[in-house]
Design a protein around this ligand. Structure first.
Ligand code: ADP
Length: 410
């Protein structure tokens, strides 16, 4: 495969290991041109690698041969690394950046991974048992395959460590907070990317009162003032806040007690329902977790799932606006936020009272500015790129490490 990278180019590999898929990208240094973006999914079943090459701008799907079907993340990663060695043999990977969902209260910035950091991250697994183990398996696999090159952890929670105590605590006995039971907020890498884009594209507005709606399969919203996260809809886990593809969003804890006491469900069953059977999928009566399918379906369950989704997005815009005592900019991003003119249109039309004047044509055309020139609140649609944020931090931190090593060698 021709990566158009040139002989012996150096690159940063980014790894985003989720529950059943692993996203990866290669970025050439120092400009960080992305030459390969891909995903290995179907781990444990019929695994596939989907790749997009910058040189071709087409998607290619490679079904793995029978003998090489990875059964778990470790096998999938070692397969991926072998595949990269084979298909991008003109590229030397000089550092690996990892998306790590949870950095707890301690990690508020990307971090060079050492044995001590791994020990901390192992201890944090209890806070994100469905995500963190996959992230850490990714780190261990690349440590084994790439030897001593720098590995950098980029945390989804780090962006939100600017919150005040009252924006992060729950009104339960205080010792839980001391144990780490508090609001963390997630999707931080996406928020960081969008904040950087805002500063670049709209420098006069970027530091005002901003809400970013990351509406993908997972979804959350964050309020920012002066470029810092003030509050986020996601809380202790990635279940809270907005309804998602299959996750429930905000829910009365009494419902969980009901599931336990009256349905006899244990923690594993409840977790399965809340993470995999709820959200758009659950509300649409199992029709789909995919907004595209629901938008094109006439059944009342599909319509009600969308109605609930729109209602919750509006409700959270209202709540976050109240916390900031104002609103100047709303940004939509993520798979739904970037592609669904229907959802953006409904939310913004129904929030006209807050000073939003939607430009219907701009919204339908998917322009960056989707509000009218006279709208008091600036409404935007911006593509997010979490992988690029990881690559940027990985380059910065691995460069620092090289400099530090040089200094300590003198
Ligand atoms: P993830 O959170 O897994 O990164 P994405 O941000 O890629 O997910 O979002 C995926 C979701 O975006 C899909 O499940 C689908 O619901 C939604 N989506 C993608 N394209 C469209 C579209 N054209 N219209 C409506 N929804 C879309």
């Amino acid at each position: 495969m021709d990566t158009h990278a040139g002989l012996h180019s150096q690159a940063i590999l980014t790894i985003n290991a989720g529950s059943s898929s692993i996203k990866f990208s290669l970025f050439l240094v120092p400009q960080l041109n992305q030459i390969i973006a891909g995903q290995i999914d179907g781990i444990g079943g019929e695994a596939r690698i989907k790749v997009k090459l910058a040189s071709k701008n087409t998607d290619e799907t490679i079904i793995l041969p029978n003998g090489s079907r990875p059964q778990n993340h470790r096998e999938a990663l070692s397969f991926l690394i072998d595949w990269l060695h084979q298909f991008a043999k003109d590229v030397d990977v000089i550092a690996v950046g990892h998306r790590v969902v949870h950095g707890g209260q301690k990690y508020s910035a990307p971090t060079l991974i050492t044995d001590a950091v791994m020990k901390d991250l192992d201890a944090l697994m209890v806070l994100a048992p469905l995500h963190e183990p996959h992230n850490l398996a990714g780190i261990r696999a690349t440590q084994e395959s790439f030897g001593g090159i720098p590995q950098i952890a980029c945390f989804d929670t780090a962006f939100h460590r600017t919150h005040k105590f009252v924006d992060d605590c729950y009104a339960i006995p205080r010792y839980f907070y001391e144990q780490g039971v508090c609001r963390y907020g997630f999707h931080g890498l996406s928020y960081e990317y969008i904040t950087d884009r805002l500063i670049h594209l709209f420098p006069k507005d970027a530091r005002k009162k901003v809400i970013i709606a990351h509406l993908g399969n997972g979804a959350s919203m964050t309020a920012l003032h002066h470029g810092d996260s003030v509050a986020s809809t996601m809380g202790f886990s990635s279940l809270d806040g907005l309804p998602m593809g299959t996750r429930c969003g905000e829910i009365d804890p009494g419902v969980l007690l009901y599931m336990m006491q009256h349905e006899g469900m244990d923690a594993t069953e409840i977790a399965r329902v809340l993470y995999q059977e709820s959200g758009l999928k659950g509300l649409s009566g199992g029709l789909s977790n995919d907004m595209r399918i629901l938008e094109n379906c006439d059944l009342p369950e599909a319509k009600e799932a969308i109605d609930y989704y729109v209602k919750e997005v509006k409700r959270e815009i209202g709540a976050l606006t109240a916390l900031m005592a104002g609103l100047d900019v709303v940004v939509f991003t993520g798979g739904i936020g970037e592609n669904s003119a229907v959802i953006r249109g409904r939310v913004l039309r129904e929030m006209a009272w807050i000073g939003i004047d939607l430009d219907e044509a701009r919204n339908l055309d998917g322009e960056v500015i989707i509000s009218s020139d006279s709208s008091r609140v600036l409404c935007l649609k911006i593509h997010t790129d979490e992988e690029r944020v990881i690559a940027k931090h990985t380059l910065e931190l691995s460069d620092n490490r090289v400099v530090k090593n040089k200094v300590s060698n003198i």
